[in-house]
Design a binder for this molecule. Structure first.
Ligand code: ADP
Ligand code: ADP
Ligand code: MG
Length: 670
């Protein structure tokens, strides 16, 4: 029996595990780093232990401190979640040695599957189909380049020890092989401390279909159907669903059998996922096995009605699986969307900072939200930038998709950049609705999914202006109510309108249009306003609630949006789409636009990994000047314009803060 469970993780997965454990009457112990003192997963736990500084190496990856915390709190089991120590065989062994149950497979199974190259060799023996490729020990550049030539371009280079899409490079032509190999090895060495790679055929238009497997310690092993995780960016999943569109019972049985064979080949116990890549004909190949709970496990829970964390805990207690293969149901359809703090317009670069405002949809049987953050929490550069997972269910795919669109329209997050509008565009896309999913989906539909920013319309300007006017009116009313002289004209509810003429000019800068200015002149008309916008006058009135709900009528048309103010910016949020307009203060002096016209700044805090240029070099706009590692990924830093390099501020290996100048051009002041 597990009485006390220590959760060796953070964020949404720690919260999700805690929920099930508590329902089962298990006491929950959380661990936390400096960055997570006030985190939701800590607040949810019965006890919490501080384990170190914010960088994972100093806290969530410190097996010793986590085990100390388990002993100190009398935990009899540790759940590792995903990421961090979840696929660390030494940690699983250390738990066993300490007499604490590790909620996961035996260390031997983790080791066997932990290395993509070695696991492929094993699977070959177990007759599980593999993508054509080389996954052997020879790591010389010449040999690997020859292997790539034999396989035939395009090929994919993968870090053998890889995960999370890191150290993975597509090579289209032989001439790029050497550079891509170097980059993959660099990323692999820094992410995994191991630069070995494998090379395999890069399939075009493939689908990522994975099978959830479950085994108990009595030799039973079944699968819980498939998940389609083909909608990806950076080789990482964004939307997942179950069942896979177009899946037939025969193919499910064949993939399920291969997955169970893979699990049995390594003596698997607990929850695991066997990932396959399938080509257009439906032929499937083993990719890797993730020996842990998967981020997207909720879609399986939705279509089976099972709680996978409960099953994990029961298996860890030595129970037998409660279902036979034939009893596993497929109930309707489920889709998960991962809400990330990342900027789709900047190649999905993670974005960090304070979540000043977060609103997620209400949950019921059809809508589930898994999150580890609240309004006011920070998205830290040290961890995965996921804000929440939205999981919806319907009787079929069309019904689930309908739920997804409705749920996304209720998601609002201000602070870091997010992918909410992007997800809404995917959910609205006819090709997605038609189930035409493959891993190239996002790239293929780029134009529709990542449209260039559209300049604010008169309607946007009118809504922003109406919001400010209503806000000022209620502030004025409040001031009047509190004033010692309620009859003072300056304190009357509409007193500020007496200030000169009976109109007010509001000027906005539009970030979607390079900061172009637009002025709205508001005239007072009874309870409403006539708003002179650039394209004509709009009659506007409305009411504003404390939570930002703005019920507006513009020229007789009703609109309900959310309007919020963050410092000098107004956000008008309409469904999943947020429009920002910056308030231009007429009292401010000359434009204080910073003169960094082309100075190259670090897009985020991180470490410089390689510098390709030297002072005196002439560079072209778009040329890659250096690479930075941030949020566990390598990012190319390109020249913002043509110019000559004057000074390099950082060397490879050095740490850089966000917004710091990386490179100074000849024609700017140092
Ligand atoms: P899933 O297949 O469950 O979606 P991912 O590959 O997206 O799993 O990984 C889940 C999380 O674990 C992500 O936060 C990812 O960054 C992290 N992760 C996965 N593998 C590793 C690894 N080997 N080292 C560090 N983090 C990892
Ligand atoms: P990770 O450990 O990062 O999850 P995977 O080996 O599971 O690495 O691959 C991640 C993704 O990369 C897959 O979901 C798929 O989209 C893509 N991918 C992997 N192998 C291939 C391949 N041979 N051809 C085309 N795409 C691939
Ligand atoms: Mg994978």
């Amino acid at each position: 029996m597990i009485r006390t469970l220590l959760i060796a993780n953070r964020g949404e997965i720690a919260c999700r595990i805690a929920r099930t454990a508590r329902r089962m009457g298990i006491r929950v112990v959380a661990v936390y780093s400096d960055a997570d003192r006030d985190a939701l997963h800590v607040a949810m736990a019965d006890a919490a232990v501080h384990i170190g500084a914010a960088p994972p190496r100093e806290s969530y990856l410190r097996a010793d401190r986590i085990l100390d915390a388990a002993r100190a709190t009398g935990a009899d089991a540790v759940h590792p979640g995903y990421g961090f120590l979840s696929e660390n065989a030494a940690f699983a062994e250390a738990c066993a040695e300490a007499g604490i149950a590790f909620v996961g497979p035996p260390a031997g199974a983790i080791r066997a599957m932990g290395d993509k190259a070695r696991s492929k060799a094993l699977m070959e023996k177990a007759r599980v189909p593999l993508v054509p490729g080389y996954h052997g020990e020879d790591q010389s550049e010449r040999f690997l380049a020859d292997a790539a030539g034999d396989i035939g371009y395009p090929v994919l280079i993968k870090a053998s020890a890889g995960g999370g899409g890191k150290g993975m490079k597509i090579v289209e032509h032989a001439s790029d092989f050497s550079a891509q190999l170097a980059s993959a090895k660099r990323e692999a060495a820094s992410s995994f401390g191991d630069d070995r790679v494998l090379v395999e055929k890069y399939l075009t238009r493939p689908r990522h279909i994975e099978i959830q497997v479950f085994a108990d310690s009595h030799g039973n092993c079944i699968h819980l159907n498939e998940r389609d995780c083909s909608i990806q960016r950076r080789h990482q999943k964004v939307l997942e669903e179950a069942p896979a569109p177009g899946m037939t019972p025969e193919r499910r049985a064949a993939m399920g059998q291969a997955a169970v064979a893979a699990a049995k080949a390594v003596g698997y116990v607990g929850a695991g996922t066997v990932e396959f890549i399938a080509d257009e004909s439906g032929t499937f190949y083993f990719m890797e096995m993730n020996t842990r709970l998967q981020v997207e496990h909720p879609v399986t829970e939705m279509i089976t009605g099972l709680d996978l964390v409960e099953w994990q805990l029961r298996v860890a207690e030595g129970e037998r699986l409660s279902l036979a293969q034939a009893e596993v149901p497929v109930l309707g359809h489920a889709i998960e969307a991962r809400l990330y703090a990342e900027d789709p317009d900047k190649d999905f670069l993670p974005s960090v900072g304070l979540l000043q405002h977060l609103h997620l949809p209400a949950t019921d049987g059809a809508v589930r939200v898994d999150t580890g953050v609240r309004s006011g929490d920070a998205i830290s550069m040290h961890y995965d930038p996921m804000i929440a997972k939205l999981i919806v269910h319907g009787k079929d795919r069309a019904a689930a998709l309908q739920q997804l669109r409705a749920a996304l329209a209720q998601c609002q997050a201000l602070g870091p950049a997010t992918n909410i509008a992007f997800l809404a565009r995917v959910a609205a896309h006819p090709a997605y609705a038609a189930g035409e999913v493959d891993t190239g989906f996002i790239a293929r539909h780029r134009a529709a999914l990542l449209p260039p920013p559209v300049a604010a319309t008169d309607r946007d300007l009118a809504l922003a202006a109406l919001f400010l006017l209503l806000q000022r009116r209620s502030e004025a009313a409040r001031t009047a109510a509190q004033s010692a002289d309620p009859w003072s004209p300056w304190h009357a509810a509409d007193g500020w309108r007496l200030n000169g003429d009976s109109y007010h000019a509001l000027t906005f800068a539009d970030p979607a249009s390079d900061g172009a200015r637009a002025t709205v002149i508001a005239h007072f008309r009874g309870s409403g306003f006539a708003l002179e916008c650039p394209g004509g006058t709009i009659a506007a009135e409305g009411t504003l609630a404390a939570d930002g709900a703005l019920a507006a009528t513009l020229d007789g048309m009703r609109a309900t949006v959310t309007a919020l103010r963050q410092r000098q910016s107004v956000f008008v949020i309409d469904g999943a789409f947020a429009r920002r307009l910056d308030i231009v203060d007429p009292m401010a002096g000359a434009e204080d636009r910073d003169a960094d016209s082309g100075r190259l700044q670090a897009p985020m805090p991180g470490k410089v990994t390689v510098v390709h240029v030297r002072p005196g070099d002439k560079v072209k706009r778009g040329q890659v000047l250096m690479a930075m590692e941030a949020m566990k990924m390598e990012h190319a830093v390109a020249a913002p314009r043509d110019g000559t390099i004057k000074e390099l501020r950082y060397k490879a290996g050095e740490q850089v803060g966000e917004g710091e100048a990386l490179i100074v051009f000849e024609d700017e002041d140092a």
